[in-house]
Every structure is written in structure tokens, then in C-alpha cells.
Design a protein around this ligand. Structure first.
Ligand code: NAD
Ligand code: UDP
Length: 338
């Protein structure tokens, strides 16, 4: 199948590309490299032993998108491109609405113009906001607590309206929980710009000696050890969910939101321990105050993914830590060319 992948050079996009290429799909990556490096794509080509074209462009650039669609004629789109830092979204909300919301609208318009009717969209568990109950199922009320989360919520609603207006259209909104881990080759992985915001990249930069110690954001939550609990999902499992979603969209019309998590959770202390075990390094930490906006626990209900997509997560927290360490220890400064 011909699949246009926006944001394909990024963390999750690059891991998904490997599986798409291994399955024999024909891909075109559309990325502006605002948060990634072309080196990731060179490595994807080597790992998968396959070639593909890349169009350097912004999803807000309708002309460029139109050209890419005209020459590649995609049958489906995987839409990863967008900005993703919660803290930054509080400081630059308009930038987030422009790139994530307006960019997605441009993409949908061009898709329709070229009669490309299928999309898999990168949404997030952050659309749910504070838990009314756990685990979050797909019917949980959506009350995102920051501009980033609201961009995901608005784009979900826009895609839902778009599919309702075009009977042949099919959309899968994948609500990711906490993606971590790396390809087992150790050649691609998560390479955050500047100071990492997320737990696992922070721990791995401490373990490799780039950062001194981890700051734990609160140890007084109502969880089994007082630290925040999250549903971490291996990026390889997440990539497989995209393949299952694109297959599902072939035979269906309409719009489905589907959680992508494991259904289980790990606390901050448990993640530190697992990472120390996988890396053989000590991860020093200090306990500090809670981070604004953090929830105590976030866990996914995963039966819808299993029922509709026939997908479930296979990899463990140990696999997540082992592959993260393999990537980080072999590439202490990531791609090093940002
Ligand atoms: P990433 O930043 O590594 O990848 C995003 C890619 O999109 C980058 O290559 C970037 O250069 C590109 N991009 C950004 N804005 C663009 C634009 N306007 N035009 C063209 N390309 C653009 O992020 P990721 O972790 O791979 O996340 C992928 C998607 O999944 C994002 O939409 C993100 O919001 C969503 N998501 C991520 C997480 C997570 O924890 N990583 C969790 C939930 C949802
Ligand atoms: N966390 C932490 N120190 C950090 C980063 C994160 O203690 O430097 C905690 C955070 O409070 C949460 C968990 O680790 O309980 C996961 O945080 P992350 O930002 O990775 O994911 P999110 O909170 O967005 O689900």
C-alpha cells in the first residue's frame, strides 16, 4: 500500500516506518525536521534494508502537501507530525494550535482533494484529563488540562466530523499512553531536544552521565509507593498497533478512537529500579514537589484495541528499559546533528 507518513523522522514515526517497510509497504515521509534529524531516516533505511522518498515540508504548507499527494498518490496517511511538549504548549498556545490543528486541517483538505480516504492519527491519553475512573476507557469524558491536550482533542473532533461528511472516509484515532523503548538494533530511539520532559529519557540521560540526578515529581501520591503511576507502552508494540489500524481502516468507514497501552502500570520508583537492572548503572534521584497538572495514575483499558484491531501489547517494562539503554549507551548524544 502507498502510505504517506507525516512526521516520519520523529521518534514514533521512525519506529513505525521500519515495520511498514518490512511488510512491503511503499512509503513517502513528509517532515519539516523541526524536532528530528534526517539521520534517523538514513538509519531506518539501513535497518529495514529498504528505500523510500522523503519530502521536506510543513503540514501547514498546502501547496507542498498537494505536490506530494499529486506525485505519490497515497492510499492512506499516518499522521504523526505535530508539536508535543505540554509545558511549551502553555507558553506558546497559538503555535500549538497552528501546527497541530491548522496543519491537520490542511492535511485533511488535501487528502479529500486527492481522494485519499484513510488516516491513522496520533492522539494521546492526555485527551481524557483527570480520571473520573480507571482504567480510562474510550468513553471516559474528555477534559484535557493543557493546550497540547486540547489540540489533540480538537483534531479528534475535526476528523470525526470529516469522516461523517464523507461516507467513504475511515479514521482511527490512536490514543497513546506512555510510549518508551527503542528498536532492538540500538540505532534509532528517542532523542529529545534539550532537557527531557519525560521520565524515561530523563532516567536514561542520568544513567549515561549526561545529567546528574533525576528529580522525582512528588512521592506523596495515593499509589503503592507514593510516586506517579503510568501505563508505559513499548514503541515497537505501538508501531504494530499502527499496522493493525491501517489494515482495519481498509475494510471500514467512519471514525474509531482506540487506546494503545498495556493495561498495566509502573510507578516512578519501579521504573528507576527496572532501568538500573537493565543498564547496570545507578540512577541517583532526589524527591521534589509535584509537577503542576500531573495525575497520580494513568492506565488504559485495552479491550477495544484487542476487539477491533486484534492487537495487544507483548513487550514488558524490562524490554522497554533494555532497548532504551541499548540506544542511549550506543548514542549518548542521540543523532547528534540537531
Ligand atoms: P517527535 O517530535 O519525535 O516527532 C514528530 C515529527 O513531526 C518530527 O519529526 C517533527 O520534525 C515533525 N513535525 C513537527 N511539526 C511538523 C510540521 N508542522 N510539519 C511537518 N512535520 C512536522 O514526536 P513523537 O514522540 O514521535 O510523537 C509523534 C506523534 O505522537 C505526535 O503527534 C505526538 O503528539 C503524538 N504523541 C506522542 C506521545 C509521546 O509520548 N511521544 C504520546 C502521545 C501522543
Ligand atoms: N516524572 C518525574 N521526573 C521527571 C519526569 C517525570 O518524577 O523528570 C514523573 C511524572 O511526575 C509522572 C511520571 O514520571 O508521574 C511520568 O511522567 P512523563 O512526563 O514521562 O509522562 P506523563 O506525565 O506525561 O504521563
Amino acid at each position: 500500500m502507498r502510505i504517506l507518513v507525516t512526521g516520519g523522522a520523529g521518534y514514533i514515526g521512525s519506529h513505525t516506518l521500519i515495520q511498514l517497510l518490512r511488510e512491503g509497504h511503499n512509503v513517502l515521509v513528509y517532515d519539516n525536521y523541526s524536532n528530528s534529524s534526517p539521520e534517523a531516516l538514513n538509519r531506518v533505511k539501513q535497518i529495514a534494508n529498504a528505500d523510500f522518498n522523503v519530502c521536506e515540508g510543513d503540514i501547514q504548507d498546502a501547496g507542498k502537501l498537494n505536490e506530494a499527494f499529486g506525485s505519490f498518490r497515497p492510499e492512506a496517511v499516518m499522521h504523526f507530525a505535530g508539536l508535543k511538549a505540554v509545558g511549551e504548549s502553555n507558553e506558546k498556545p497559538l503555535e500549538y494550535y497552528a501546527q497541530n490543528v491548522s496543519g491537520s486541517i490542511e492535511l485533511l483538505k488535501v487528502m479529500q482533494r486527492h481522494e485519499c480516504r484513510r488516516i491513522v492519527f496520533s492522539s494521546s491519553a492526555t485527551v481524557y484529563g483527570n480520571a473520573k475512573y480507571l482504567p480510562y476507557d474510550e468513553h471516559h469524558p474528555m477534559q484535557p488540562t493543557n493546550p497540547y491536550g486540547r489540540t489533540k482533542y480538537f483534531v479528534e473532533e475535526i476528523i470525526r466530523d470529516w469522516t461523517a461528511s464523507w461516507g467513504e472516509a475511515s479514521a482511527i484515532l490512536l490514543r497513546y499512553f506512555n510510549p518508551v523503548g527503542a528498536d532492538p538494533s540500538g540505532r534509532i530511539g528517542e532523542d529529545p531536544n534539550g532537557m527531557p520532559n519525560n521520565l524515561v529519557p530523563y532516567i536514561s540521560q542520568v544513567a549515561v552521565g549526561r545529567l546528574k540526578h533525576l528529580k522525582i515529581f512528588g512521592a506523596d501520591y495515593e499509589t503503592r509507593d507514593g510516586t506517579g503511576e503510568r501505563d508505559y507502552i513499548h514503541v515497537e508494540d505501538l508501531a504494530r498497533a499502527h499496522l493493525a489500524a491501517i489494515e482495519f481502516s481498509e475494510a471500514t468507514t467512519g471514525c474509531e478512537a482506540i487506546n494503545v497501552g498495556t493495561g498495566g502500570g509502573a510507578t516512578v520508583f519501579e521504573m528507576i529500579k527496572a532501568f538500573e537492572h537493565a543498564s547496570g548503572q545507578v540512577v541517583p534521584y532526589e524527591i521534589g514537589p509535584r509537577r503542576d497538572g500531573d495525575v497520580a495514575r494513568s492506565l488504559a483499558a485495552v479491550d477495544k484495541a484487542e476487539r477491533l484491531l486484534g492487537w495487544r501489547a507483548k513487550l514488558s517494562v524490562a524490554d522497554m528499559c533494555k532497548t532504551t539503554w541499548n540506544w542511549q549507551s550506543n548514542n549518548p548524544y542521540g543523532y547528534g546533528s540537531k
